[in-house]
Ligand binder design. Sequence first.
Ligand SMILES: C[S@@+](CC[C@H](N)C(=O)[O-])C[C@H]1O[C@@H](n2cnc3c(N)ncnc32)[C@H](O)[C@@H]1O
Length: 255
Amino acid sequence: MYNKTLRPQKKVILCEDGTNTLFSEEFNEPYHSTKDGALHESLEKHVKPALFIKKDETSLTILDICFGLGYNTLATIYYIKKNNLKTKIYFISPEFDEELIQSLKNFNYPSEFESIKPIINAISQDFFYQDKQFTIEILKGDARITVPKIEKKIDIIYQDAFSPTHNPLLWTTEFFSEIIKISQRNTLLTTYSTAASIRLGLYENGFFIYIHYGEKSRYSTVASLKKLNSFTYIDMELKKLRNPSASSLKDNNFS
Ligand SMILES: C[S@@+](CC[C@H](N)C(=O)[O-])C[C@H]1O[C@@H](n2cnc3c(N)ncnc32)[C@H](O)[C@@H]1O
């Protein structure tokens, strides 16, 4: 599928929230919405909705697809520390760009991550970090190979791959069905994608689909295997009736 050898250089770009992200020549796309901002997007589209829904849990396993600069994992830790939460979190995050992970110790992160710099350094060096509250495990290699091998049951999935147009194999109904195999009864998934094809692929795999309106950011999607009350529900059967030509992405469209 993907080649693990050297990947093209990436350029640092400044987002509108004042935080830095990268632009990938390989995928012809930035790692974050430069308008919403790397840290802001991570907090509003992933961390806050997920931790709000799971606020009563004392321990959680989060699948962060894919690690990249690690904003989603790091922003989760930042948010938990800032709010003095005691939740224990086990992060599992696939990433095939090993050079990128090794370079993270030199990346210019926002000041909010200053106190977690030792965590960034450990991940950058060992692809692993552990203390009493947090464990972070980077799964080296192609997510399509590593995700089906995960043995832990996942509570939260941050789906933050490059866009379906540029990295479709991480958005197909077959990939989502691998995610279902490692999910719990009430697993939820957060993603910036609001595309009908992606929502359909999640719906076909048993997720209820909701719109999430974060603060000062573009709306996003929350998908949950258990019905939720505090989010705007999308009736996917109605969507299908209104848009009969819409379909989910399938592996065989891209291989
Ligand atoms: C949009 S970026 C992730 C952004 C990340 N959440 C962050 O905060 O920086 C997508 C990442 O997926 C990685 N990637 C793309 N396809 C992959 C695959 N098939 N397996 C593993 N990693 C992949 C890329 O190397 C890149 O780091």
